[in-house]
Design a protein around this ligand. Structure first.
Ligand code: NAD
Ligand code: MG
Length: 408
Protein backbone atom coordinates (compact mmCIF):
# COMPACT_ATOMS: atom_id res chain seq x y z
CA UNK A 1 0.00 0.00 0.00
CA UNK A 2 1.39 3.40 -0.97
CA UNK A 3 0.06 6.69 0.38
CA UNK A 4 -3.03 4.98 1.78
CA UNK A 5 -3.99 3.67 -1.68
CA UNK A 6 -4.90 0.02 -1.36
CA UNK A 7 -5.45 -2.48 -4.13
CA UNK A 8 -8.86 -2.70 -5.74
CA UNK A 9 -9.94 -5.61 -3.50
CA UNK A 10 -9.09 -3.87 -0.25
CA UNK A 11 -11.59 -2.35 2.12
CA UNK A 12 -10.63 1.19 3.05
CA UNK A 13 -10.57 1.80 6.79
CA UNK A 14 -11.98 5.28 7.43
CA UNK A 15 -12.42 7.76 10.27
CA UNK A 16 -14.69 10.81 10.20
CA UNK A 17 -13.86 13.80 12.42
CA UNK A 18 -16.84 16.15 12.64
CA UNK A 19 -19.20 13.31 11.64
CA UNK A 20 -22.36 15.05 12.90
CA UNK A 21 -21.92 18.26 10.87
CA UNK A 22 -22.88 19.14 7.31
CA UNK A 23 -19.78 17.68 5.61
CA UNK A 24 -19.69 14.85 8.17
CA UNK A 25 -23.25 13.67 7.56
CA UNK A 26 -22.70 13.82 3.78
CA UNK A 27 -19.58 11.69 4.25
CA UNK A 28 -21.46 9.19 6.43
CA UNK A 29 -24.21 9.07 3.80
CA UNK A 30 -21.72 8.08 1.08
CA UNK A 31 -19.93 5.51 3.27
CA UNK A 32 -23.27 3.91 4.18
CA UNK A 33 -24.10 3.46 0.48
CA UNK A 34 -21.04 1.24 -0.09
CA UNK A 35 -20.66 -0.86 3.06
CA UNK A 36 -18.43 -3.42 1.32
CA UNK A 37 -15.94 -0.79 0.31
CA UNK A 38 -15.36 0.84 3.71
CA UNK A 39 -14.91 -0.17 7.33
CA UNK A 40 -15.31 2.56 9.93
CA UNK A 41 -12.67 2.91 12.60
CA UNK A 42 -13.77 6.07 14.43
CA UNK A 43 -16.39 8.79 14.36
CA UNK A 44 -15.98 12.03 16.32
CA UNK A 45 -18.35 14.92 16.87
CA UNK A 46 -18.87 17.98 19.04
CA UNK A 47 -21.94 17.54 21.23
CA UNK A 48 -24.72 15.73 19.34
CA UNK A 49 -24.40 12.37 21.11
CA UNK A 50 -27.70 10.98 19.80
CA UNK A 51 -26.74 11.46 16.15
CA UNK A 52 -23.17 10.27 16.70
CA UNK A 53 -24.41 7.08 18.41
CA UNK A 54 -26.84 6.39 15.57
CA UNK A 55 -24.11 6.89 12.96
CA UNK A 56 -21.69 4.65 14.89
CA UNK A 57 -24.29 1.89 15.11
CA UNK A 58 -25.37 2.19 11.47
CA UNK A 59 -21.79 2.08 10.20
CA UNK A 60 -20.50 -0.45 12.75
CA UNK A 61 -17.76 1.91 13.92
CA UNK A 62 -15.13 0.64 16.35
CA UNK A 63 -14.90 3.91 18.33
CA UNK A 64 -17.08 7.00 18.87
CA UNK A 65 -15.90 10.20 20.55
CA UNK A 66 -17.82 13.28 21.52
CA UNK A 67 -15.89 16.46 22.39
CA UNK A 68 -18.42 17.83 24.86
CA UNK A 69 -18.04 16.01 28.20
CA UNK A 70 -21.60 16.91 29.14
CA UNK A 71 -22.76 14.67 26.26
CA UNK A 72 -20.90 11.63 27.65
CA UNK A 73 -23.74 9.95 29.62
CA UNK A 74 -26.00 10.09 26.57
CA UNK A 75 -23.35 8.62 24.26
CA UNK A 76 -22.40 5.90 26.77
CA UNK A 77 -26.03 4.85 27.29
CA UNK A 78 -26.86 4.93 23.59
CA UNK A 79 -23.92 2.65 22.76
CA UNK A 80 -24.18 0.33 25.75
CA UNK A 81 -24.10 -3.32 24.71
CA UNK A 82 -23.11 -2.59 21.09
CA UNK A 83 -19.42 -3.37 21.51
CA UNK A 84 -18.60 0.11 20.15
CA UNK A 85 -16.03 1.84 22.34
CA UNK A 86 -17.15 5.31 23.41
CA UNK A 87 -15.35 8.23 25.00
CA UNK A 88 -15.78 11.97 25.63
CA UNK A 89 -13.62 15.07 25.86
CA UNK A 90 -10.89 16.73 23.84
CA UNK A 91 -8.47 13.85 24.39
CA UNK A 92 -11.08 11.37 23.12
CA UNK A 93 -11.34 13.30 19.84
CA UNK A 94 -7.53 13.20 19.52
CA UNK A 95 -7.67 9.45 20.18
CA UNK A 96 -10.24 9.06 17.38
CA UNK A 97 -7.81 10.82 15.04
CA UNK A 98 -4.84 8.72 16.20
CA UNK A 99 -6.42 5.29 15.77
CA UNK A 100 -5.19 3.43 12.68
CA UNK A 101 -7.11 4.29 9.50
CA UNK A 102 -6.23 4.52 5.80
CA UNK A 103 -8.39 7.58 5.26
CA UNK A 104 -9.61 10.37 7.54
CA UNK A 105 -12.17 13.06 6.88
CA UNK A 106 -11.20 16.30 8.68
CA UNK A 107 -14.59 18.04 8.96
CA UNK A 108 -14.49 19.69 12.37
CA UNK A 109 -15.32 23.38 12.04
CA UNK A 110 -12.85 26.12 12.96
CA UNK A 111 -9.45 26.19 14.63
CA UNK A 112 -10.80 23.57 17.06
CA UNK A 113 -10.11 21.08 14.27
CA UNK A 114 -6.40 21.84 14.03
CA UNK A 115 -5.07 19.51 16.77
CA UNK A 116 -7.18 16.46 15.82
CA UNK A 117 -6.57 16.95 12.08
CA UNK A 118 -2.84 17.15 12.72
CA UNK A 119 -3.00 13.89 14.69
CA UNK A 120 -4.51 12.24 11.62
CA UNK A 121 -1.93 13.86 9.35
CA UNK A 122 0.93 12.54 11.51
CA UNK A 123 -0.43 9.01 11.17
CA UNK A 124 0.00 9.20 7.38
CA UNK A 125 -2.42 7.72 4.83
CA UNK A 126 -4.98 10.04 3.28
CA UNK A 127 -6.52 13.05 4.97
CA UNK A 128 -9.53 14.52 3.17
CA UNK A 129 -9.45 18.11 4.38
CA UNK A 130 -12.65 20.12 4.76
CA UNK A 131 -11.48 21.97 7.86
CA UNK A 132 -9.91 24.91 5.99
CA UNK A 133 -9.32 26.87 9.20
CA UNK A 134 -6.72 24.26 10.29
CA UNK A 135 -4.67 24.95 7.17
CA UNK A 136 -5.24 28.72 7.33
CA UNK A 137 -3.92 28.76 10.91
CA UNK A 138 -0.98 26.37 10.69
CA UNK A 139 -0.06 26.94 7.02
CA UNK A 140 3.31 25.55 6.07
CA UNK A 141 3.68 23.83 9.47
CA UNK A 142 0.63 21.76 8.48
CA UNK A 143 1.90 20.90 4.99
CA UNK A 144 5.38 20.10 6.34
CA UNK A 145 3.90 17.68 8.89
CA UNK A 146 2.01 16.01 6.04
CA UNK A 147 5.15 15.70 3.96
CA UNK A 148 7.13 14.24 6.87
CA UNK A 149 4.45 11.65 7.58
CA UNK A 150 3.89 10.76 3.90
CA UNK A 151 0.27 11.90 4.29
CA UNK A 152 -1.64 12.81 1.17
CA UNK A 153 -3.95 15.77 1.68
CA UNK A 154 -6.98 15.68 -0.60
CA UNK A 155 -8.99 18.92 -0.64
CA UNK A 156 -12.70 18.55 0.10
CA UNK A 157 -13.55 22.23 -0.26
CA UNK A 158 -15.37 22.26 -3.61
CA UNK A 159 -13.14 24.95 -5.16
CA UNK A 160 -9.89 23.29 -4.13
CA UNK A 161 -11.20 19.89 -5.07
CA UNK A 162 -12.03 21.29 -8.52
CA UNK A 163 -8.54 22.73 -8.89
CA UNK A 164 -6.96 19.48 -7.66
CA UNK A 165 -8.78 17.64 -10.44
CA UNK A 166 -7.46 19.88 -13.24
CA UNK A 167 -4.09 21.00 -11.81
CA UNK A 168 -1.20 19.41 -13.70
CA UNK A 169 1.09 19.05 -10.72
CA UNK A 170 3.72 17.12 -12.68
CA UNK A 171 4.14 20.10 -15.06
CA UNK A 172 3.61 23.03 -12.76
CA UNK A 173 5.68 25.30 -15.01
CA UNK A 174 2.73 25.31 -17.44
CA UNK A 175 0.38 26.80 -14.87
CA UNK A 176 -0.22 30.54 -14.85
CA UNK A 177 -2.98 31.06 -12.26
CA UNK A 178 -5.72 29.41 -10.35
CA UNK A 179 -9.16 31.01 -10.19
CA UNK A 180 -11.45 30.37 -7.24
CA UNK A 181 -15.13 30.85 -7.96
CA UNK A 182 -17.43 32.35 -5.31
CA UNK A 183 -21.21 32.31 -5.25
CA UNK A 184 -21.21 35.77 -3.69
CA UNK A 185 -23.50 34.48 -0.93
CA UNK A 186 -27.02 35.58 -0.03
CA UNK A 187 -26.15 39.32 0.07
CA UNK A 188 -24.30 39.46 -3.26
CA UNK A 189 -26.41 42.29 -4.66
CA UNK A 190 -27.11 44.28 -1.46
CA UNK A 191 -25.73 47.67 -0.45
CA UNK A 192 -23.65 48.01 2.74
CA UNK A 193 -26.63 49.65 4.48
CA UNK A 194 -28.93 46.81 3.51
CA UNK A 195 -26.38 44.25 4.69
CA UNK A 196 -25.99 46.07 8.01
CA UNK A 197 -29.60 45.22 8.88
CA UNK A 198 -29.40 41.51 8.07
CA UNK A 199 -30.02 38.92 10.79
CA UNK A 200 -28.09 35.68 11.45
CA UNK A 201 -31.02 33.64 10.04
CA UNK A 202 -30.86 35.63 6.78
CA UNK A 203 -27.07 35.29 6.60
CA UNK A 204 -27.25 31.51 7.03
CA UNK A 205 -29.76 31.07 4.17
CA UNK A 206 -27.24 30.38 1.39
CA UNK A 207 -28.76 30.39 -2.12
CA UNK A 208 -26.92 27.31 -3.47
CA UNK A 209 -25.26 25.29 -0.74
CA UNK A 210 -26.62 23.75 2.45
CA UNK A 211 -23.80 24.10 5.01
CA UNK A 212 -22.98 24.61 8.70
CA UNK A 213 -23.70 27.95 10.38
CA UNK A 214 -20.14 29.26 10.51
CA UNK A 215 -19.22 28.66 6.86
CA UNK A 216 -22.63 29.99 5.76
CA UNK A 217 -21.95 33.29 7.51
CA UNK A 218 -18.41 33.32 6.14
CA UNK A 219 -19.94 32.93 2.67
CA UNK A 220 -22.22 35.90 3.29
CA UNK A 221 -19.27 38.14 4.30
CA UNK A 222 -17.04 36.46 1.69
CA UNK A 223 -14.48 35.74 4.41
CA UNK A 224 -15.00 32.16 3.28
CA UNK A 225 -13.36 33.06 -0.03
CA UNK A 226 -10.60 34.87 1.88
CA UNK A 227 -9.90 31.75 3.96
CA UNK A 228 -10.03 29.71 0.74
CA UNK A 229 -7.46 31.99 -0.85
CA UNK A 230 -5.06 31.23 2.02
CA UNK A 231 -6.03 27.54 1.85
CA UNK A 232 -5.26 27.47 -1.90
CA UNK A 233 -1.90 29.15 -1.34
CA UNK A 234 -0.85 26.32 0.99
CA UNK A 235 -2.40 23.47 -0.99
CA UNK A 236 -1.05 24.44 -4.39
CA UNK A 237 2.10 26.36 -3.38
CA UNK A 238 1.22 29.45 -5.43
CA UNK A 239 1.79 33.05 -4.33
CA UNK A 240 -1.16 35.29 -3.49
CA UNK A 241 -0.93 37.25 -6.77
CA UNK A 242 -1.45 34.05 -8.80
CA UNK A 243 -4.76 33.22 -7.10
CA UNK A 244 -7.78 35.08 -8.50
CA UNK A 245 -11.35 35.18 -7.27
CA UNK A 246 -14.33 35.27 -9.60
CA UNK A 247 -17.96 35.70 -8.53
CA UNK A 248 -20.16 33.06 -10.17
CA UNK A 249 -23.67 33.03 -8.67
CA UNK A 250 -24.77 29.64 -10.07
CA UNK A 251 -21.98 27.65 -8.28
CA UNK A 252 -21.66 25.29 -11.24
CA UNK A 253 -18.06 25.99 -12.27
CA UNK A 254 -16.34 25.04 -9.03
CA UNK A 255 -12.98 26.62 -9.94
CA UNK A 256 -10.47 26.92 -12.77
CA UNK A 257 -6.79 26.57 -13.62
CA UNK A 258 -5.35 28.91 -16.23
CA UNK A 259 -2.32 27.64 -18.23
CA UNK A 260 0.42 29.71 -19.91
CA UNK A 261 -0.79 28.76 -23.41
CA UNK A 262 -4.18 30.34 -22.79
CA UNK A 263 -6.02 27.10 -21.91
CA UNK A 264 -8.38 27.31 -18.97
CA UNK A 265 -9.45 24.01 -17.35
CA UNK A 266 -12.39 23.83 -14.99
CA UNK A 267 -14.37 21.26 -13.04
CA UNK A 268 -18.17 21.59 -13.13
CA UNK A 269 -20.98 19.93 -11.24
CA UNK A 270 -24.18 20.46 -9.31
CA UNK A 271 -23.58 22.28 -6.03
CA UNK A 272 -23.60 19.20 -3.80
CA UNK A 273 -20.70 18.47 -1.44
CA UNK A 274 -21.14 14.74 -2.00
CA UNK A 275 -19.27 15.09 -5.32
CA UNK A 276 -15.97 16.42 -3.85
CA UNK A 277 -16.38 14.16 -0.80
CA UNK A 278 -16.87 11.12 -3.06
CA UNK A 279 -13.82 12.15 -5.11
CA UNK A 280 -11.77 12.02 -1.91
CA UNK A 281 -13.39 8.87 -0.52
CA UNK A 282 -12.71 6.80 -3.64
CA UNK A 283 -9.45 8.48 -4.73
CA UNK A 284 -7.68 7.61 -6.97
CA UNK A 285 -10.71 5.81 -8.33
CA UNK A 286 -14.25 7.19 -8.67
CA UNK A 287 -17.47 6.14 -7.01
CA UNK A 288 -21.11 6.61 -7.97
CA UNK A 289 -23.13 9.22 -6.09
CA UNK A 290 -26.82 10.11 -6.04
CA UNK A 291 -25.89 13.74 -6.85
CA UNK A 292 -28.23 15.40 -9.34
CA UNK A 293 -26.57 15.32 -12.76
CA UNK A 294 -25.59 18.68 -14.16
CA UNK A 295 -28.03 19.83 -16.84
CA UNK A 296 -26.42 22.82 -18.51
CA UNK A 297 -29.23 23.18 -21.03
CA UNK A 298 -31.73 23.56 -18.19
CA UNK A 299 -29.47 26.08 -16.42
CA UNK A 300 -29.12 28.02 -19.66
CA UNK A 301 -26.59 30.65 -18.65
CA UNK A 302 -23.61 31.05 -16.36
CA UNK A 303 -22.60 34.47 -15.02
CA UNK A 304 -19.23 35.73 -13.86
CA UNK A 305 -18.09 39.04 -12.35
CA UNK A 306 -15.25 40.51 -10.32
CA UNK A 307 -15.74 40.61 -6.52
CA UNK A 308 -16.69 43.97 -5.00
CA UNK A 309 -13.91 44.91 -2.59
CA UNK A 310 -15.86 47.71 -0.91
CA UNK A 311 -18.98 45.76 -0.05
CA UNK A 312 -17.01 42.60 0.80
CA UNK A 313 -13.83 43.83 2.53
CA UNK A 314 -13.15 40.44 4.18
CA UNK A 315 -11.65 39.10 1.00
CA UNK A 316 -9.03 41.87 0.95
CA UNK A 317 -8.34 41.41 4.67
CA UNK A 318 -7.44 37.78 4.00
CA UNK A 319 -5.31 38.75 0.97
CA UNK A 320 -3.47 41.25 3.13
CA UNK A 321 -2.94 38.66 5.91
CA UNK A 322 -1.44 36.29 3.34
CA UNK A 323 0.84 39.04 1.96
CA UNK A 324 1.98 40.08 5.45
CA UNK A 325 2.67 36.49 6.58
CA UNK A 326 3.84 35.61 10.10
CA UNK A 327 0.92 35.13 12.45
CA UNK A 328 -1.50 37.36 10.50
CA UNK A 329 -3.53 34.42 9.11
CA UNK A 330 -4.21 32.70 12.48
CA UNK A 331 -4.96 36.10 14.06
CA UNK A 332 -7.39 36.87 11.22
CA UNK A 333 -9.02 33.46 11.58
CA UNK A 334 -9.34 33.65 15.37
CA UNK A 335 -10.79 37.17 15.15
CA UNK A 336 -13.24 36.05 12.48
CA UNK A 337 -14.42 33.07 14.56
CA UNK A 338 -14.98 35.38 17.54
CA UNK A 339 -16.77 37.99 15.40
CA UNK A 340 -19.03 35.40 13.73
CA UNK A 341 -19.95 34.01 17.18
CA UNK A 342 -20.77 37.54 18.37
CA UNK A 343 -22.95 38.14 15.30
CA UNK A 344 -24.80 34.84 15.79
CA UNK A 345 -25.35 35.79 19.45
CA UNK A 346 -26.89 39.08 18.34
CA UNK A 347 -24.09 41.13 19.91
CA UNK A 348 -22.87 42.87 16.74
CA UNK A 349 -24.31 43.62 13.32
CA UNK A 350 -23.47 41.81 10.09
CA UNK A 351 -21.11 44.42 8.61
CA UNK A 352 -19.34 44.71 11.96
CA UNK A 353 -17.92 41.19 11.52
CA UNK A 354 -15.40 42.45 8.96
CA UNK A 355 -14.88 45.65 10.94
CA UNK A 356 -13.91 43.64 14.04
CA UNK A 357 -11.47 41.52 12.01
CA UNK A 358 -9.93 44.62 10.38
CA UNK A 359 -9.54 46.37 13.73
CA UNK A 360 -8.04 43.23 15.32
CA UNK A 361 -5.42 42.99 12.58
CA UNK A 362 -4.56 46.67 13.04
CA UNK A 363 -4.10 46.20 16.78
CA UNK A 364 -1.94 43.07 16.50
CA UNK A 365 1.58 43.68 15.25
CA UNK A 366 2.65 40.72 13.12
CA UNK A 367 4.86 38.20 14.85
CA UNK A 368 6.76 35.30 13.29
CA UNK A 369 5.40 31.77 13.50
CA UNK A 370 8.06 29.18 14.36
CA UNK A 371 6.03 26.33 15.78
CA UNK A 372 2.53 25.15 16.61
CA UNK A 373 2.60 26.82 20.02
CA UNK A 374 2.94 30.15 18.20
CA UNK A 375 -0.08 29.22 16.03
CA UNK A 376 -2.22 28.51 19.11
CA UNK A 377 -0.99 31.74 20.73
CA UNK A 378 -1.88 33.75 17.61
CA UNK A 379 -5.33 32.15 17.49
CA UNK A 380 -5.91 33.04 21.16
CA UNK A 381 -4.64 36.60 20.57
CA UNK A 382 -6.99 37.11 17.61
CA UNK A 383 -9.96 35.89 19.67
CA UNK A 384 -9.04 37.96 22.73
CA UNK A 385 -8.54 41.24 20.87
CA UNK A 386 -11.68 40.68 18.78
CA UNK A 387 -13.69 39.94 21.95
CA UNK A 388 -12.50 43.24 23.46
CA UNK A 389 -13.59 45.10 20.32
CA UNK A 390 -16.98 43.34 20.37
CA UNK A 391 -17.47 44.47 23.98
CA UNK A 392 -16.73 48.08 23.02
CA UNK A 393 -19.23 47.89 20.14
CA UNK A 394 -21.85 46.37 22.44
CA UNK A 395 -21.33 49.12 24.96
CA UNK A 396 -22.17 51.60 22.20
CA UNK A 397 -18.59 52.59 21.48
CA UNK A 398 -17.48 53.32 17.93
CA UNK A 399 -14.61 51.77 16.08
CA UNK A 400 -11.71 53.74 14.70
CA UNK A 401 -12.88 52.20 11.42
CA UNK A 402 -16.40 53.52 10.74
CA UNK A 403 -17.47 50.47 8.79
CA UNK A 404 -15.51 47.62 7.37
CA UNK A 405 -15.66 49.01 3.86
CA UNK A 406 -13.45 51.91 4.93
CA UNK A 407 -10.68 49.51 5.97
CA UNK A 408 -9.31 49.39 2.45
P1 NAD B 1 -20.82 22.04 10.88
O1 NAD B 1 -20.92 23.08 11.91
O2 NAD B 1 -22.06 21.57 10.19
O3 NAD B 1 -20.13 20.74 11.52
C1 NAD B 1 -18.97 20.82 12.32
C2 NAD B 1 -18.66 19.49 12.95
O4 NAD B 1 -17.56 19.67 13.85
C3 NAD B 1 -19.81 18.91 13.78
O5 NAD B 1 -19.77 17.50 13.73
C4 NAD B 1 -19.46 19.39 15.19
O6 NAD B 1 -20.07 18.61 16.20
C5 NAD B 1 -17.96 19.20 15.15
N1 NAD B 1 -17.22 19.94 16.16
C6 NAD B 1 -17.31 21.26 16.46
N2 NAD B 1 -16.43 21.58 17.42
C7 NAD B 1 -15.76 20.42 17.72
C8 NAD B 1 -14.71 20.09 18.61
N3 NAD B 1 -14.17 21.00 19.43
N4 NAD B 1 -14.25 18.82 18.63
C9 NAD B 1 -14.80 17.88 17.82
N5 NAD B 1 -15.77 18.13 16.95
C10 NAD B 1 -16.26 19.39 16.90
O7 NAD B 1 -19.73 22.52 9.84
P2 NAD B 1 -19.58 22.12 8.30
O8 NAD B 1 -20.37 23.05 7.48
O9 NAD B 1 -19.74 20.65 8.13
O10 NAD B 1 -18.06 22.50 8.06
C11 NAD B 1 -16.99 21.73 8.55
C12 NAD B 1 -15.69 22.23 7.94
O11 NAD B 1 -15.75 21.99 6.54
C13 NAD B 1 -15.49 23.74 8.10
O12 NAD B 1 -14.12 24.00 8.28
C14 NAD B 1 -15.96 24.31 6.78
O13 NAD B 1 -15.31 25.51 6.44
C15 NAD B 1 -15.56 23.20 5.83
N6 NAD B 1 -16.39 23.15 4.61
C16 NAD B 1 -17.72 22.94 4.70
C17 NAD B 1 -18.50 22.88 3.55
C18 NAD B 1 -19.98 22.60 3.61
O14 NAD B 1 -20.60 22.43 2.60
N7 NAD B 1 -20.56 22.53 4.78
C19 NAD B 1 -17.91 23.10 2.30
C20 NAD B 1 -16.55 23.32 2.24
C21 NAD B 1 -15.78 23.34 3.40
MG1 MG C 1 -15.60 26.26 -0.69
Amino acid sequence: MVDGVSSSQDVRRVTVLGATGSVGTNTVDLIAREPDRFSVEALAGGSNAALLARQARDLGAAFAAVADEAAWPELRDALAGTGIEAAAGREAVLEAARRPADWTMGAIVGAAGLAPTLEAVRRGGIVALANKEALVCAGHLFTEEAERAGCRILPVDSEHNAIYQVFDDARREGIDKIILTASGGPFRTLSIDEMARKTPAEAVAHPNWSMGVKISIDSATMMNKGLELIEAHHLFALPEDRIDVLVHPQSVVHSLVSYIDGSVLAQLGSPDMRTPIAYCLAWPRRMTTPVERLDLAAIGGLEFSAPDRLRFPSLELAREALRVGGDAAPVLNGANEAAVEAFVAGRIGFTQIAAVVAETLQRCPTEPIGDLDAVYAADAKGRRVAADIVSVIEAGGGLSIAHAGAAN
